[in-house]
Write a protein that binds this ligand. Structure first.
Ligand code: AMP
Length: 501
């Protein structure tokens, strides 16, 4: 059986043509409309001769972006969302890696996109969706696809300043979403409240669970995440019963105890989260106000299709205990390797490595970075078998559940965003006034701290690097030192710098 996520859309559109699939602030699209508009786009993509090629989608977050993703999928091409809020130089770098064959955008954004070096074809969304669909071309293209063909490329922070494009196939998403919909029993009666940007892998759960099961997803306006009470009111008004957010978003609600103003006890059923540590202190606030909700901690990097372990919260935790990341999802194997690449002994800390269908095929157009983390399974000397080394240090607790401890490297999570501190350092180093710099993350205060030797203030530096890195990567604090401490190897002494935090 050939597999392409759009077969799910065909089935759901046959079953529930008039049900709303996705809604944003401006409009809603039914499953029937989603299918016909996406197929119209697919026809246009194929008419230009593109097949198994990268399609960049440069649009404001909303339902039209999802139609575009499905258009790429129907035509057996793969999509890559480009965030319109990202600094131009970073978009340039992404385009250089991706080398898109086609850009789907709107008439209004077409001019903005013209600033980039891209010379290829465009599809103007609002024009293309109106064109009649040639069903036969679309069907025969899709018939030629196979399940290991790419569905999307999501770009994440790269330590050298070049974002890495994580490639994911149809098969990996099908495997993951089958698990999600079965485990959480998602049906057409369910309504999601989407928080994740579409360039962030958490959105995969909302998008494809909806398409597969005939649920509905409301794309929550971003500004509501800074206003917990209106945010909860939005959930209630739209009868949202399932949310899958980054812990940062849940923490804001817990801190302000917004539940006192808005009662969600008869609407909200599932609170799922993934992407960073969820502190029990804040989760306990949620649990106190909404005790009958199912809470689940999902864990995983983009490279293994959103999540690979999970823990459904089933016991009490004190505020200072860590919440486990649990056990592997179906059809996924987790291997925890020690420094000698052997499975860890009881109580030993090791690196979490993943084996299975969920694995990315690697970073797009980047064999070097791919080879560093997608490696031969050291426990299998018999046949080629790739595992993904996450860089996350974990151990097993007394229940046999995995517990996340820390990172092995300089990757951090800040307000839900995955950031390589090296990417910020590369941007700062590009300023001619700066000779030496180093970035650390102050976990306790949740601040990115930049160390330099020059008398320059934060506003000055951030104004200059804002054209190189997204806003969420801008340092929250700048510390000027007379001289940067250097360790025995001649490198910046990060251990010493930690004392200044
Ligand atoms: P991303 O690729 O943006 O999803 O980021 C993946 C990284 O986020 C992982 O390698 C972890 O370091 C961190 N992460 C994801 N989920 C969790 C979780 N539930 N608990 C702790 N850290 C997490």
């Amino acid at each position: 059986m050939k597999a392409n996520v759009t077969y799910w859309l065909d089935q759901t559109a046959d079953r529930l043509p008039d049900k709303v699939a996705f809604a944003d602030e401006r409009k809603a699209v039914t499953f029937g409309e989603l299918r016909s508009q996406a197929r119209a786009l697919a026809g246009q993509i194929l008419a230009r001769g593109f097949f198994k090629s990268p399609v960049a989608v440069y649009m404001e977050k909303g339902v039209d972006m999802l139609v575009s993703f499905m258009g790429a999928a129907y035509s057996c091409n793969f999509y890559s969302p480009i965030d319109i809020g990202m600094p131009a130089s970073r978009v340039d770098k992404i385009l250089e890696v991706l080398q898109p064959s086609l850009v789907i955008t709107t008439a209004a954004l077409r001019d903005t996109f013209a600033q980039y070096a891209y010379q290829g074809d465009y599809l103007i969304f609002e024009e293309a969706v109106l064109l009649p669909e040639d069903g036969q071309i679309v069907d025969s293209a899709r018939d030629r696809g196979i399940d290991t063909d790419l569905l999307y490329v999501l770009f994440t922070s790269g330590s050298t300043g070049i974002p890495k494009g994580v490639t994911i196939s149809h098969r990996s998403v099908i495997d993951y979403i089958d698990w999600v919909t079965e485990t959480f029993q998602i049906t057409k009666e369910d309504t999601f409240g989407n928080q994740a940007p579409f360039y962030f892998d958490n959105s995969i759960l909302d998008i494809y669970s909806t398409i597969k099961s005939g649920a509905t997803t409301y794309i929550i306006p971003k500004n509501l995440f800074a206003q917990p009470v209106p945010l909860l009111e939005y959930l209630r008004e739209n009868q949202i019963n399932t949310i899958f957010w980054v812990p940062s978003a849940l923490i804001v609600v817990a801190k302000l105890k917004a539940f006192r103003n808005v009662d969600l006890s008869d609407t909200l059923r599932r609170v799922l989260f993934c992407g960073e540590v969820m502190p029990n202190r804040q989760l306990n606030v949620w649990r106190k106000f909404l005790p009958n909700v199912l809470y689940a901690n999902l864990y995983g990097p983009t490279e293994i299709t959103d999540a690979c372990t999970y823990y459904i919260v089933d016991r009490e935790f004190s505020d200072d205990e860590p919440l486990p990341i649990g056990v592997p999802m179906a059809n996924t194997d987790i291997i925890v390797l020690n420094g000698q690449d052997k499975p860890v002994a009881e109580g030993e800390v090791g690196e979490l490595c993943v084996r299975g269908t969920s694995l990315s095929m690697g970073y797009y157009n980047n064999p070097e970075k791919t080879g560093e983390v997608f490696v031969q399974n050291p426990l299998n000397p018999h046949v080629p078998e790739i595992i993904y080394r996450t860089g996350d240090l974990v151990k097993y607790n007394e229940y046999g559940e995995l517990v996340y401890l820390s990172r092995k490297d300089f990757q951090i999570k800040h307000m839900g965003h995955r950031i390589e501190l090296g990417e910020i350092e590369t941007a700062v180093s590009s300023l001619e006034e700066i000779a030496l710099c180093c970035c650390l993350y102050d976990e306790k205060r949740q601040k990115i701290v930049l160390f330099i030797e020059e008398q320059l203030d934060k506003a000055y530096i951030n104004e200059r690097i804002a054209r190189l890195v997204p806003e969420y990567m801008l340092p929250n604090k700048v510390i000027t030192l007379e001289t940067m401490p250097i360790n025995a190897n001649g490198k910046i002494d990060r251990v010493k710098l930690k004392e200044y935090l």
